[in-house]
Design a protein around this ligand. Sequence first.
Ligand code: HEC
Length: 490
Amino acid sequence: MPSASAPLRVLALLSLVAACSGGEDTSAATAATATTTSGADSEGGTATDTGGALAPTWYQDVAPLVTARCGSCHVDGGIAPFELSTYESAKAWAPLVADTVEDGTMPPFLADDTEECQPRFGWKDDLRLNEDEKALLRAWADAGAPEGDPTMATPLPEPPSLVLDDADVRLTIPSPSTIDGKNDSFVCYSVDPGNATLDQWISGFQINAGNSKIVHHVVIYIDEEGASADIADQDGKFDCFGGAGVDAPTSLMGAWAPGMAAFRAPPDVAFRIPAGGRLIFNMHYHPTGAGPEVDDSTSIDLKYFDGLPTYVGLLSFAGNDGKHRADGSGLQPGPNDGGGDPIFKIPAGVADHRESMIIKIGQGYPDVRVFAAGTHMHYVGTAMKVSLKRGNPLPGEPAEECLVETPTWDFGWQRAYQYDAPLDEVPVARAGDEVHVRCDYNNSMSNPFVLRALQEQGLDAPVDVYLGEETLDEMCLGIFGIAIKLSDLL
Ligand code: HEC
């Protein structure tokens, strides 16, 4: 796969009502209607000659669904290995299409509703299929993938765009990095956004991993005072590890990990790069173990916001806390603490290990609107839940609410999920509230991601895993898109 395709692991599809409430769900109703319609159509000879009068057909029922939920990747030039965009290309895949939607591996959309997590809002660009839609694909496969009548084809939804196609500028790393050997490396680049005298406001961005064989993460910081220019060498690089690597004010702008979507802020929200500020690209490279690889093309595309926004957008992380604190926050007691202070340790071979953390929002913080939420772990992780517990809920606000759960974690598909709700309705977090993160891990050979990570490191048995930055370390990190009133910051 060409390296440029990795950033295209972007989910940008039609918004659909989250399938959570069963019977009255509108998307379920649509699918059910589609099935019935095709049956009715068969009187006019449009449907199947396979005998099953009610069997769904490609042109009448399947193509619109598959275009909407699979079409951002399974198209010519898309990131998926085959197309589902024509009858000829799709019919051979019918049984596997039904299998993968039933077992949940496709489409890749990890946020899901569970018994203990029903976020108050659905998600933008929700790709999930409801039970009726899954059944429709199964019925189509079982009927032998009937074609239907192309002259009576149901109109297809607009194929979703994968990229930030209206970006104003692309900023690329100023020099290449060559990655070899066995150890992960961290490289920071200082990048000039070209705003010597004026603040820049950004309404959307897309981070493009250059050589996807070695780019493990990219974290982009806003270096508010441009301090990185002073410490970068002539290649624009400087040493850093987990953070921005400068001793000056920075804020997080965005991060790329496999599967991350292009980001568009809600209306009237923009990220600020202050005049004279720079961007820091914190590159986490992971060697292939099979010789040197070069990255010379990691970049960020920016879309400018016109004028001043009402809200400042920020990316915020909460978690990765390895210490239990006197006020009860931080790392919570876990099953393998051995009776002493809580420690973050996932013992080798343990298949069901859980760590939890509580992060308190300190006094003095302005109110934040949480418009997007996501989870982040590495290869040992299997499931993660992020919730908000309010110190003083306002009328109508739940005292505790789940923000997002990814019950089946997959390192290959990471993103922040945006609520499908106006900014004045999304969850608000305030000083005194607590963010709770809970991570489940399987550090045994029964976890295929562990198996692969160990093989890459030349190991043949699991090792104890601790909190850290390296690939064989773990994380437990909630990711949030937040908006703060500009007037609260002045
Ligand atoms: C965001 C991109 C994306 C979307 C959306 C997507 N796929 Fe995929 N699909 C992939 C990629 C990439 C692969 C290759 C395997 C992998 O990387 O997981 C794949 C693989 C597959 C496979 C092969 C699995 C196997 O075991 O060989 C099937 C079948 C499939 N997809 C069906 C679907 C269907 C059906 C939908 C929509 C309901 C869908 N996909 C939506 C990206 C996507």
